[in-house]
Unconditional design. Sequence first.
Length: 260
Amino acid sequence: LADPGCHNPKPRTERALIYKLRSDITARHHTPTLTTCLVLSYTLQRRKSCQAAPSSMDVPTAGQAAAAPQRKAWEWEGRVVSPVPAATADEAWALLSDFLAFHKWHPRVAVCRLASSSGAAAPGCVRYCEGTPPADGTPADWAHETLLEHDQARRFFRYEMNDNNMGFGAFFAAFRVVPAAAGGCVLRWEFECEPVRGTPKEALEARLQAGLDGMAARVHEHLMSARAAVAVAAATAPTTTVTAGLEAADELKLDSSIAA
């Protein structure tokens, strides 16, 4: 028996089943077969469901299409980058990989501390970040952020912003350090979030870009200072060794000398 289906009903088949069932019931000493009852029940249920639900094959009219609500984009996506030519990706990542050291590198973050009992580098830990206090005396920006993923080998971590006083709803971000083709590395900050009321997307990107540029500058300054200190130590090491050796020789007694 062919299935009438939702989009191609076969009235003749239904009428035949109804007629057969009616004949079985009215016939003397004859009852309808179980198969006939089941098939008829299934057919009627299919017809009822088809009438209740509109067909996906139906094409809306022009008026219906105009009246239908338009799907609204609710997400912002973007990325800001900042190069650090003087640092390798491994050098920069060694400084920036600590999820709880954000305040050491971001120029506008004054406080960054662990706010949960989870381990510092383990996914699930929550940090509390607070910005530098504004000069006009208004409250500083703050947010709780949860670490979602931390990958040392790939040099990136991903996190989610939770409660905050900056107007953000859903906000997810990923921070990466990638090698640059021309040498050095590039800091990359990617985000995906709900639109912030009263704030254009370009303003958010500009804010993130300024913060990332400040982080790149601090990484550059730190590495330059560290390399300069190493160079100075290497330059003065031979003189210090010779002077110490002469002083030790003056104090050496003959009876303790290996030449005695």
